[in-house]
Structure formats: structure tokens, C-alpha cells
Design a protein around this ligand. Structure first.
Ligand code: SF4
Length: 363
């Protein structure tokens, strides 16, 4: 069976108490049955706490917005008193994520973890991937879309620095729309070399024709109303919450930041986009959903850029620590809560913006 993973999958190390966020904060945690049984029968120092905070559905009841076992030093009391071997699957495996499709196993990582985001943003030359055969049989026959081919085609285009990032995104939006519409991956054969990609770039409109700032602003405004509402329900402080608070107070006047100001950060956006592609495309079971996934990626990129714009306006600059904070926070909101992710995506789907042209304008 083929195994594919980004290089940072192997480099990742949880920094626990030194983490600027914590995966145990702002997330309702459901644990596996086997571990739940261990906690229910525990007779040691944590038994009272298990009784108080552990529900029948195998959820921890949050203490405020935090996991009740996350102590004041931001480390885990279960880890300290019962050992790593007694952590639940979700606690010990996060932020890793395994997805199997046909004869390929994708080892992806949730971008909601700030340390994962740090690794993603570090790679100036783009994220590298490892593929190897582990010698085991495929778990099931591949009856879904050719995810490997789709993901590699998109990533090759996003990493093609002959073109502006907007143009690269426009090409991916076009292909995603085509795949969803025709449900046929054979169209990808036209883009598997430099010439095919160049021809596609030339066939699409110039980026300047997809820069309708009024329409872009309208979509961003609607997205940010929802995004800021969600952020402001969170209890802990973060740069994103500070910027969203200010956004609410000072109205909807988002400064439009031009390409020139964004230019030094392009490789970080490129990595953010390819990280999202690997994470979201590899869990796609239906080729019709590829355009929806592309919409999700465009929305994430647009919101992150808008929050960056506010950060630039406030601080006159944006450093990598701030970028990690802004990007991982967006991913945490959308990866940890299907409800919040749905609310954000609904702006596009219910607002009638879910077409190729609107997405090209949004990004
Ligand atoms: S968010 Fe990431 S680095 Fe922070 S505690 Fe969780 S796994 Fe560790």
C-alpha cells in the first residue's frame, strides 16, 4: 500500500505547556470506548474529576472552554497521573490524521495546531511530500475518485511560481469546477506538464479582469460578519479575537491590501493553500465535491488575508508568529466545529456565490 505524507508529518513534536494555544481549549472532546472504560473504573487521584466531568456519551464536559484535565501549566493531568498510554486515541493522535483511499494511505495533519502551522509556514521552497510503499495489501479496492492524481495536479499548479498566486488559484478553481461538473479525472492529463499548465494559464482571463473590488468586498464583508461572530463567542484571548473585536467596533471598513504588500508572504499563503489541499482533498470520497472543497480553500485564504490586512493596518507589519496565530486560529474554528464551518461556507452557498467567477474574484 502506498503511504503519502508531508515531510512535516515526521518532524512534528507537540510542545504541550509551551503551546501558544492548546488543542484542549475550545473543543468538546469525545473519546474512544476503550479509554472511556479505563476512566470510568479509575480509582486514583483523578477519580472525583472523572465523575464530575465525564458524561455517558464519552464526552468531557468543558470547564469553561477548556478540557477539565488541562491544568494551569497547560499540561494534561491524565498524562501526568496516569501516563501517556492512558490518553484517549483523539488526545494522543491529534493533530495527526489518517485517511485511506483505495491503495493509498494519506497521513495528513490538522492545521489547527500552531506547531503544525509553524512547520507549514517554514518551507520557503514549498512543502515537500514523501511517498513510499509499506509492503502491505490495500485495505479496500479503490472505488472512489483518483485522489492521488487530483491532489498532485492541484499542488503542482499551486507550486508553479511562473504565475501569480491568484492565477494559480484561478487555474485550480477552473479545474475543480470542471471535475465536479464532468465527474471525469481524464481531463487532468492535459495539465500534467509545464506546457499544459501554461496553455491553461493563457486560456483563462487576465488576473486584472477578476479584480472586482466591490464584489470581493461584499463577499468578504458577509464572511467576516459570521467569522467575527464565531470568534467572539470564544472565551480565551488571541490576536484573531483582538482583531475581530476591533473589526466589529470600527465597522466594516476592511482596507484593501494590494498584491505588492502581500508579496513577501506569498510563499506562506502558497504553503497554507497546499497544506489545506492535502488535508481536505484527501478526505474526499466523491468527485462532485471537489469544487466544494476548492470553495472551502478559497474562503479560508480570503478570510486569512482579510485578518492579515487588519493586522497590517494595526501593527504596520505582520511577522511569522502573527501569521501562525491567524492561520491556525481559522483552521481551528473550521476543523474543530462542523457547525461553525458550515455557517461560514453557507455565506457562499446560500448567497449564490458558489460559482467559478465569484471564487476567482474572492481570492
Ligand atoms: S495544539 Fe498542537 S502543540 Fe499545542 S498542545 Fe495541542 S498538539 Fe501540542
Amino acid at each position: 500500500m502506498l503511504v503519502k505524507m508531508p515531510e512535516y508529518y515526521r518532524e512534528f513534536k507537540c510542545i504541550a505547556g509551551k503551546c501558544s494555544d492548546s488543542c484542549c481549549d475550545g473543543w468538546k472532546i469525545k473519546i474512544d470506548e476503550k479509554t472511556a472504560e479505563i476512566y470510568r473504573s479509575h480509582k486514583g487521584v483523578l477519580s472525583e474529576k472523572f465523575e464530575k466531568f465525564f458524561t455517558d456519551g464519552n464526552y468531557f464536559i468543558l470547564d469553561g472552554s477548556r478540557c477539565p484535565f488541562l491544568n494551569n501549566e497547560n499540561t494534561c493531568d491524565i498524562f501526568i497521573h496516569m501516563g501517556e498510554e492512558n490518553l484517549s486515541n483523539v488526545c494522543s493522535f491529534y493533530p495527526r490524521r489518517i485517511q485511506t483511499c483505495g491503495n493509498v494511505m494519506y497521513a495528513a495533519m490538522n492545521l489547527s495546531c500552531p506547531e503544525v502551522m509553524r512547520l507549514v509556514l517554514e518551507e520557503r521552497e514549498g512543502i515537500k511530500y514523501i511517498t513510499y510503499d509499506d509492503g502491505k495489501d490495500a485495505i479496500k479496492e479503490n472505488d472512489g475518485p483518483d485522489i492521488l492524481l487530483i491532489e498532485e495536479t492541484f499542488r503542482r499548479i499551486i507550486n508553479d511560481r511562473r504565475f501569480s498566486l491568484k492565477k494559480r488559484m484561478m487555474m485550480c478553481i477552473f479545474i475543480a469546477d470542471n471535475l465536479s461538473e464532468n465527474r471525469d479525472t481524464s481531463i487532468l492529463s492535459g495539465y500534467n506538464d509545464d506546457m499544459g499548465v501554461l496553455e491553461l494559464a493563457q486560456a483563462l482571463p487576465d488576473e486584472s479582469r477578476m479584480n472586482n473590488q466591490d464584489v470581493q468586498y461584499e463577499m468578504l464583508k458577509e464572511l467576516l460578519i459570521i467569522y467575527s461572530d464565531i470568534c467572539l463567542t470564544r472565551k480565551h484571548d488571541s490576536l484573531t479575537i483582538e482583531l475581530m473585536r476591533e473589526y466589529k467596533e470600527n465597522g466594516l471598513n476592511i482596507p484593501y491590501i494590494n498584491e505588492e504588500k502581500y508579496a513577501p508572504y506569498t510563499y506562506q499563503y502558497e504553503n497554507f493553500i497546499t497544506g489545506c489541499m492535502f488535508r481536505y482533498i484527501t478526505e474526499c470520497n466523491n468527485i462532485e465535491d471537489i469544487f466544494k472543497i476548492m470553495v472551502r480553500i478559497c474562503v479560508g485564504y480570503a478570510i486569512v488575508r482579510a485578518v492579515d490586512a487588519m493586522c497590517l493596518k494595526n501593527y504596520g507589519n505582520i511577522n511569522t508568529e502573527q501569521q501562525i496565530e491567524i492561520m491556525h486560529y481559522y483552521c481551528k474554528i473550521t476543523e474543530h466545529s462542523e457547525t461553525d464551518n458550515h455557517k461560514i461556507q453557507s455565506v457562499i452557498f446560500d448567497g449564490g456565490y458558489d460559482d467559478m467567477v465569484h471564487m476567482m474574484v474572492l481570492i
